[in-house]
Write a protein that binds this ligand. Sequence first.
Ligand SMILES: NC(=O)c1ccc[n+]([C@@H]2O[C@H](COP(=O)([O-])OP(=O)(O)OC[C@H]3O[C@@H](n4cnc5c(N)ncnc54)[C@H](OP(=O)(O)O)[C@@H]3O)[C@@H](O)[C@H]2O)c1
Length: 366
Amino acid sequence: MNKFAFIIHPIEIADIYRKFPLLEKLPVNLVEKTFKYLPPMKVSVIEGVKSPWGEVQGFFIACPLTTRQLLTLPEEVSIKKIIEAVKVAEKLGAQVVGLGAMTSVVGDGGITIAKNSNIPVTTGNSYTVASAIDATLKAAALMDIDISNANVAVLGATGSVGSVVARLIARKCKSLMLVARNNERLSKLARIVMYESGIALEVSCESRKVLCKADIIISVTSSMDTVINPEDLKPGAVVCDVARPRDVSLAVQKLRKDVLVIEGGVIKVPGPVNFNFNFGFPPGLAYACMAETMILALESKWECFSLGRELSIAGVEEIKTLATKHNFQLAGMRSFEKTLTNGQISRIKNEVIMKREKEYNIVASI
Ligand SMILES: NC(=O)c1ccc[n+]([C@@H]2O[C@H](COP(=O)([O-])OP(=O)(O)OC[C@H]3O[C@@H](n4cnc5c(N)ncnc54)[C@H](OP(=O)(O)O)[C@@H]3O)[C@@H](O)[C@H]2O)c1
């Protein structure tokens, strides 16, 4: 049977405490420092990934660094630890390895890791792009937003996921806003998007200024902290939060009952899959980046499919076709770690109507 491995890591310190509750009594710095010296290890065997074309077995390998450590330790320290995790995967007989969450972001987006590996490495970002766009379009339709008439913003637009999301969504929407912190990289991307689509485009390093104009936001930053707050959003907006850790603050859930926030990149895996490890999803669901690694193993496609910060549209289209072939599907909508119900969508729509009526009455009374 073909074998794959997927590297995971604690997104935040709470993930470590959940697994080892006794450590909660110790200071965060001490726990992180101790974990830094632990070797990466296999945490579970993934069974039952079965498509009409075959079955594969996988392994979750834990890299013991938190998001904060991966992004703030010297790059070579983080990369060395991830390479050690890849070596664990090799020893277990994995024929392809996927990089989860920040292990795919740190440094050059997996290129150095792949150079130091004897098996192909993928960030899983091509399938993440495909599923983020599909989920966004589905959510927009549920909110009765006509994408061809919508203003869309991509936050984290110059990244590996964000840049291809921007190029693809530009084919469908009315206008596009590209947001990140580095203006030079934004301008370079804007030239490409404009050349390919001819769409009305705005670039900005100040997310607050543009997000409030967006009907739809796809958020894919590599920020350690949340970057979308309640006051940033337009009533009725749809936000697809692909980032891990999340970009949308929990305050949005509490204070903005008139917006729809969905998780991007949630996939239903074919077969009686058992991950033997709880990463917060209901049974049978996985992140798109995990799913891409499974698809490559099912297809015996032993290549570094998604690597670095310049992915191709052709790659996104190819992995989407292979996903369909192997029965991987977009999962039902999830919002703030829970399944989104039709009742919730109706309540959001009602809230938007009430807000608009209120605004109309205020204007009419002036
Ligand atoms: N759900 C899934 O299945 C899945 C799969 C893959 C990746 N992801 C997640 O997707 C996210 C992006 O991954 P990636 O590989 O595309 O990362 P990346 O290549 O490093 O891109 C990150 C982007 O975010 C921007 N950025 C960083 N901090 C920002 C901030 N505070 N405000 C605004 N923009 C900011 C960066 O540009 P500047 O530096 O110029 O700001 C860049 O455009 C990560 O959170 C990753 O974990 C999720």
